[in-house]
Design a protein. Sequence first.
Length: 256
Amino acid sequence: MEKTKNSRLKKVVLAATSVLAVASITAGLTVAILSDTDSKTNTFPGSPAIKLQLNEPLWDGYTDGQGDGTTVNPAAQNKDDLGLTIAGNYQPGSVIPKNPALTNTSDDAAVESEYMAMKVEYQVQESTGGEFITITAEQFARLASINFNTNAWTKTVTDASGADYYCYGTADTLTAVAKGAATTPLFTEVTVTKNDEFVMSSTGKTTYDLGGGKTITWDANTLPQFKILVYGSAIQADNNTDTYANNTAALQALFG
């Protein structure tokens, strides 16, 4: 496939999930799900022929890209079971449903299938009310575990900031997503750590070691706020004769 054509047929979306728990109140959440129809400020320009949508129905109950991630779909039948509801007041050991998946929403006759990728970033609040810091997957694992689907998705690289890149497919072959079809979710749940150190103290601050020289603290009667940011990208798969390495590099390059 010609480089110029490949560079035109690309689009990126972003989902950002924030989880916060505070004793005795239901914490607010900050979540954004952006698709090609969202504001220009929050999208990366590309060919209108390539379109994709990021949905997390186990999180907010939406399946059509209409949710903004901050409120539960009023038509959802299982509101109490949604990740958005559970995350609002999570506890050590809580299992939070969250299932990011990408859908090929192209309506262009020239595009039948797309290759797709996701980027996952991990952040935690350094102290209650403080700044968020970027951490690695290994450090995030001290806060929560994520059940990544490594049968359908392949981690291709970890960048200098600690973000992980996953391409849809195996270690040597990308899986094309047909028009109107969706990927398998990258993961389906986030399980909060439960150990003797990760606690909600009633008497004072808690200091917690994430490893790698990173420690965080949180106030009495609270738990730390952390974020999982998931980005999605796509390129045209039709008539794409480029190599696996070049296509995965192109998908990763879209994230900037």
